[in-house]
Design a protein around this ligand. Structure first.
Ligand SMILES: Nc1ncnc2c1ncn2[C@@H]1O[C@H](COP(=O)(O)OP(=O)(O)OP(=O)(O)O)[C@@H](O)[C@H]1O
Ligand SMILES: [Mg+2]
Length: 352
């Protein structure tokens, strides 16, 4: 890297319904959002996180970056979906410096794909390893061709894919920049998107659990579509206008609540899994975000069912924004959609 080249990146969140990009200024004193861009994801370009039309996708990324007027060339892109696996494991009798040598063999038993087709990474969970003889790690695996197709689409758009991150980790990164480490607390972070809900648990500042639950805004829309026998587009329109307080068909509220109940049940299932495998302490507090966190009564339903404190994650509670480029209204509008792109934009080239 050149002497005067910036280590800052452009955070790029390729969602199933919206592509978002965040240009952040990150210094020791804090972070600031300089520019934000977004555009709808064209139908047929993405399928559950996997890129099916790299050319179509790269064209939209190109449009987003030219419209937002960013000069950044290096991107940090978030990867998500079923081809990404995050798992907490414990290794016994291994010294830290030898982990790299054995991790691939160890990972084989935890990853349900051919290990030769996987890009592997890990974090040592320093503070929670029970004894000197055992080390707790968070294992991260992503299928190579999946990673390759992300890099390919980004390079085709004229950006350089400088680094990648798991979307659920970017969510935690954004959260921590805003709320700090919250010592001694276990918090659940939920990003309700279009096709998935990213669910990440942060214990005392460490990510200890992250998975993408395959349920989100599209689940609501298809449920409305089915029950009212209307088109997908009409159902999406009804969902949005209802959530903005406009009246709709009499059954609409009930249909949405039934989907919410199913969403919360999936959440409970993931939480049970966490408690049974990785959980050392129960989750005391939840922070929710993502476009679908705006579904009426979702916050209350989670709170009641899980008997927990649930609040909206405000990505601007600890991150500044450039007042020349954003009005307060715009900031309020983008807040539910911006956390992952902002978390990705906080990364620097050279971060692991
Ligand atoms: N006011 C609202 N009320 C309810 N749902 C909304 C509202 N605004 C947006 N949504 C829904 O939020 C979703 C888009 O949110 P978001 O941009 O976070 O998802 P995404 O990142 O594209 O999807 P994913 O993360 O699953 O790939 C859509 O399903 C949309 O219908
Ligand atoms: Mg998303």
């Amino acid at each position: 890297m050149g002497l005067f080249q910036s280590k800052n990146v452009l955070g790029l969140d390729i969602g199933s319904t919206y592509i978002k990009a965040a240009e952040m200024n990150v210094t020791k004193r804090g972070a600031k959002l300089l520019r934000f861009g977004y555009a709808p994801t064209p139908q047929g370009t993405l399928d559950r996180g996997e890129i099916v039309d790299a050319a179509g996708l790269s064209q939209v990324i190109k449009n987003v970056i030219s419209e937002m007027g960013t000069k950044r060339k290096n991107a940090c892109v978030g990867i998500w979906g079923t081809a990404v696996i995050v798992k907490k494991i414990t290794l016994s009798g291994v010294e830290k410096q030898y982990i790299g040598d054995i991790i691939r063999d160890e990972a084989e038993q935890y990853i349900p794909f051919d290990i030769n087709d996987i890009n592997l990474g890990y974090f040592i969970l320093e503070n929670r390893s029970q004894s000197i003889e055992s080390l707790d790690l968070l294992l991260i695996g992503a299928q190579k061709d999946f990673v390759f197709s992300y890099a390919e689409s980004i390079e085709m758009s004229g950006l350089h894919c400088a680094t990648m991150d798991v979307s659920g980790f970017a969510l935690a990164n954004c959260f921590q920049m805003n709320y700090g480490d919250l010592p001694g607390e276990v918090v659940g972070l939920l990003n309700f998107g279009g096709s998935v809900t990213n669910f990440t648990i942060v214990d005392n500042g460490d990510v200890v659990f992250s998975r993408d639950i395959p349920i989100g805004g599209m689940t609501y829309t298809t449920d409305i579509q089915k029950h009212l026998s209307i088109s997908y587009e009409e159902a999406e329109g009804l969902k949005l206008s209802f959530s903005q307080g406009q009246p709709g068909p009499e059954e609409l509220g009930g249909i949405i609540q039934t989907t919410t109940d199913a969403v919360v049940e999936e959440l409970t299932r993931s939480l049970d899994f966490y408690n049974a495998t990785a959980g050392e302490a129960p989750v005391q507090k939840f922070f929710i975000t993502g476009g679908s966190s705006l579904v009426p009564n979702l916050q209350q339903s989670i709170s009641t069912t899980l008997n927990a404190n649930v609040q909206y994650l405000d990505p601007f509670s600890g991150i500044q924004f450039d007042g020349k480029n954003f009005s307060d209204d715009v900031i309020q509008q983008i807040a539910p959609f911006a956390s992952i792109a902002m978390g990705l934009g906080l990364r620097k080239i050279g971060d692991s």
